[in-house]
Design a protein around this ligand. Structure first.
Ligand code: NI
Ligand code: MN
Length: 228
């Protein structure tokens, strides 16, 4: 069956494979554009890119309620475990973990990472997810533009999620340059419109993607989904 990807606003996505549900960076409570309540989300796994509050979000409460496994870098997943979450997987940059749904490699990202209480969050990451179906999904996390997008793209990316918000991450123009290096079949914009400093015109970004790259831009409304 197709894999359904739903945008939950900001950097948060829900991935339904048919057999498993994954959440990425579930920042729901406090997100003015969140289309759901954290208490209504059900999941088997939660994947975290870094420690900032707009990414860790509701991870602890969702994981405790659903008994989901939380996957992140050593410091982020360790901090989640200290909050009382039973099942965590503490990977680190460059390493791949194998799970029931497929695998996750933590890639480099250029950003910072501290936990909501200010403790050290390790290095920020992107996520290279390979589902059992073969679908390859790359979520870059929060990052600046960097030339190694080219190397990450060598994996053969089907779906990329990349930030366009600017201010905290790369903006629309550099995101288009990133698409040219990652070379995904489909690209979804993230990390924009949530707060005033990151308001962007996603339709204009999508036009640039169409004009200047081989990728198909998919702009979802919060709560919107697409089958891949
Ligand atoms: Ni961040
Ligand atoms: Mn962020």
């Amino acid at each position: 069956m197709a894999t359904k990807i739903t945008w939950l606003g900001h950097s948060a996505f829900k991935i339904d494979t048919g057999a498993h549900t994954l959440l990425i960076d579930p920042f729901i409570t406090g997100n003015p554009l969140a289309p759901v309540k954290a208490d209504d989300l059900h999941t088997d796994f939660i994947l975290l890119t870094h420690g900032h509050g707009d990414h860790v979000g509701d991870t602890v409460s969702i994981a405790k309620r659903t008994n989901a496994t939380v996957i992140g870098n050593f410091e982020v997943a360790g901090w989640i475990a200290k909050q009382g979450v039973k099942k965590v997987s503490q990977q680190n940059t460059g390493g791949t973990g194998n799970y029931d749904f497929g695998s996750v490699k933590l890639t480099i990202a250029f950003h910072s990472s501290s936990m909501p209480d200010g403790s050290y969050g390790g290095q920020p990451n992107g996520l290279l997810i390979t589902l059992k179906s073969g679908l390859k999904i790359y979520h870059s996390g929060d990052t600046a533009f960097f030339s190694d997008f080219q190397l990450i793209g060598e994996a053969g990316i089907d779906v990329a999620m990349l930030p366009i918000g600017d201010f905290f991450t790369m903006g629309p123009e550099e995101c288009v340059r990133a698409v040219r290096l990652v070379r995904p079949h489909y690209v979804l914009p993230t990390h924009y419109n949530t707060f005033p400093p990151i308001v962007q015109d996603a339709a204009e970004w999508a036009n640039m993607v169409t004009r200047r790259t081989e990728a198909a831009a998919i702009v979802l409304d919060p709560g919107g989904s697409h089958d891949f």
